[in-house]
Ligand binder design. Structure first.
Ligand SMILES: *[C@@H]1O[C@H](CO)[C@@H](O)[C@H](O)[C@H]1NC(C)=O
Ligand SMILES: *[C@@H]1O[C@H](CO)[C@@H](O)[C@H](O)[C@H]1NC(C)=O
Length: 623
């Protein structure tokens, strides 16, 4: 779950042993906008300087920071800061140079997230770097050499090279000053973006015979306290010729360029005409304000502008170049070239996994967060719009949370017994043309919950014991299976208590709780008990345990272990039984009936009779 906390604005003042001008800036502010904390610090602070009390500003205990393993994630510039989780403060880790970090971009800031786990919380921190006047304006060259005709009329203007100061705002270039002189005054022009250009206007005609050479100084100053400045010498050779100034055909030239355009790509051609003929009419072109490693170059004779460096839309969306045309007599004109950069879809989305639990329990409810990831795409508009997806046949879904942040959630219940693990592929795709995408694979293990009872192979078992068995005889073995894992699948077998023939079932049989083998504990007598019916329970080792029952029927088989017993005639002691037979008895005369029984069953109880001993075998017969 992602939580974003709002908190009140607070301002803390920190006095450091710093120069006076810095004291002004060491006003550290913390306030939150839409769930973000924002700090402002001056550039160039020492390593270890406090940026802010994150714990306090987020309303978090130090113990929560510890238990949640609070740490910084996903900043592009996160080498600059360090989170001291034990004190809850954010400190400078590396000296921050605003000009190196942001160049011309103002305001200059970088953002990162602080992540806490158990439960997952994400907080965005933005640090704005305030400018310090650490650069002076500088000119490209030591001197500017001009050749101006003595016939140049008053009001003629001479475009001068600009100075460059990488600081921002008030600390950037503010003003030009020309050293006091009789002939020229200085005028300043500024671009729409505020860049200033010095132009020198002739106020009083030059006279070559009186003064063939004029030396001036042009000073560029910024707005810091104290001010910083840069100086260039202007050396003017006064010429004896007559001249017309060059004139650009357009006030503004407009062009577009695709980012990543190869070196040599043609942009546009500027053109200035000069009414003079011969060498006096020869015009040369140059850029007035040029930074180091500038991406464009102008051919000084043809005015053709082409690409010489790399153009990155993510750094510069537009260029404004001032071009100066100068004739051999030193007269100039200036024009402006604006070049719009078009974005190309040249950056694939980048996925960073912020937090991921490798294992999830199979009973975790739908909506449980499994992971948090971040997707960045450096392109703009459609080229930078991201759609994230995950395999559609998987029980997961993606939800976006904070900007650029996504949660991977369970979409339905999992079942470890069907799918014990997943390799989840997260795909992030932009909407550019061509589409660019990237993906990350997450390995997720599903952990077991005791959700399956043991199952017997058969619900009913039957077996046979022949009576007069040895006590301890193994009768048969029962077995159940459990599809859970480990302890949840460890099965024990128990006899359910029942009474058979007046005695507990355990006095007849026992079951080995581990192997499921049933053993007789006594010798059975068929004549006393013919069958045993009882229940065996299989129980797993889960918590709570699950169990199931099976019914067991054991039949006792008869053995011929009982001899027939003669009930009649009744025998007493060892004496003979006397029967009386009349002398006149015919053949077939019934002398007596012998009655015998056998307590065994079936064939074992079938009786047959025969005479064993007789004085005269011919006289009697038994049926
Ligand atoms: C997931 O990926 C790992 C490593 O590539 C592989 O060993 C495993 O078999 C895969 N599992 C599944 C369910 O695809
Ligand atoms: C198993 O049998 C016992 C005793 O007859 C009974 O209490 C229990 O509920 C039965 N268990 C199942 C899972 O049927």
């Amino acid at each position: 779950m992602i939580q974003v906390r709002m908190h009140e604005c607070l301002i803390c003042l920190l006095i450091l042993r710093t120069p006076l001008w810095q004291l002004f800036l060491v006003l550290l502010m913390a306030f939150s906008i839409d769930g973000q904390i924002r700090y402002s610090i001056p550039e160039e602070m020492k390593k270890g300087s406090i940026i802010g009390n994150v714990a306090q500003d987020l309303g978090l205990d130090l113990s929560r920071l510890r238990s949640g393993r609070a740490r910084i994630v996903s900043g592009e510039s996160n080498q600059y800061t360090e989170l001291k989780a034990d004190k809850g403060i954010l400190v400078v880790n590396e000296k921050i140079d605003r000009e190196q970090l942001c160049g011309e971009v103002t305001p200059c800031s970088f953002s990162f997230e602080i992540i806490l786990e158990n439960p997952i919380e994400l907080h965005r921190v933005t640090v704005e770097i305030l400018d310090v006047n650490d650069h002076a304006p500088t000119f490209k060259n030591k001197s500017i050499n001009l050749e101006i005709s003595e016939s140049a009329t008053t009001g003629s203007h001479f475009d001068l090279e600009s100075a460059y100061d990488p600081d921002a705002g008030i600390y950037s270039l503010q003003n030009y000053v020309l050293s006091p002189n009789d002939h020229f005054v200085l005028k300043q022009h500024s671009n729409a973006d505020g860049v200033k250009f010095p132009v020198m206007i002739l106020q009083k005609s030059l006279d070559r015979e009186l003064n063939p050479h004029v030396s001036l100084k042009l000073i560029a100053v910024d707005g810091g306290t104290p001010q910083r400045s840069g100086t260039v010498n202007i050396e003017i050779n006064v010429l004896d010729a007559n001249d017309n100034p060059p004139k650009f055909s357009q006030l503004v030239y407009k062009a577009v360029v695709m980012e990543n355009a190869p070196i040599g790509t043609y942009i546009t051609t500027v053109n200035a005409s000069d009414a003079d003929s011969g060498s006096d009419g020869l015009v040369t072109y140059s850029f007035s304000n040029v930074k180091r490693n500038f991406a464009f170059v102008i051919d000084s004779f043809s005015g053709r502008i082409t690409v010489v460096g790399s153009i990155d839309y993510e750094k510069d969306k537009k260029f404004e170049i001032r071009v100066i045309a100068k004739d051999q007599g030193g007269l100039t004109d200036a024009t402006k070239v604006t070049i719009d950069v078009l974005d190309a879809n040249d950056n694939a989305p980048v996925i960073s996994i912020m937090s991921f639990s490798n294992t999830v329990s199979e009973d975790a409810p739908p909506g449980t967060t499994v992971g948090v990831f971040n997707v960045k795409d450096a392109d703009s508009d459609r080229n930078g719009q991201i759609k994230c997806s995950v395999e559609s046949n998987f029980p997961f879904k993606i939800q976006s949370s904070l900007t650029d942040y996504y949660n991977l959630l369970l979409d339905s219940y999992l079942d470890r017994e069907t799918t014990p693990e997943y390799n989840i592929t997260i795909t992030a795709m932009d909407h550019g043309s061509p589409l660019l995408s990237s993906s990350a694979v997450l390995y997720l293990k599903v952990s077991d919950v005791n959700d399956n009872p043991p199952i017997f192979e058969n619900p009913n078992y039957s077996a046979v014991i022949i009576e007069n068995n040895n006590p301890g005889l193994s009768v048969f073995s029962m077995s159940a299976r459990d599809s859970d894992r480990n302890q949840n699948a460890k099965i024990s077998y128990f006899l359910e208590d029942t009474v058979v023939g007046g005695s507990p079932v355990s006095s007849y049989v026992s079951i080995n709780s581990e192997s499921g083998v049933i053993q007789a504990v006594r010798s059975f007598d068929y004549e006393q008990i013919k069958q045993l019916v009882f229940t065996v329970r299989a129980q797993d080792g889960g918590s709570p345990p699950l169990s199931s029952n099976a019914t067991v029927k054991i039949l006792i088989h008869d053995q011929n272990d009982n001899p027939p017993q003669v009930l009649y005639p009744v025998q007493t002691g060892g004496s003979m039984v006397a029967e009386m037979v009349p002398r006149s008895a015919d053949v077939g005369y019934l002398v007596t009936k012998v009655v015998a029984v056998d307590v065994d069953s079936g064939q074992n109880a079938w009786l047959s009779y025969k005479l064993q001993k007789a004085t005269d075998r011919a006289l009697f017969e038994v049926g």
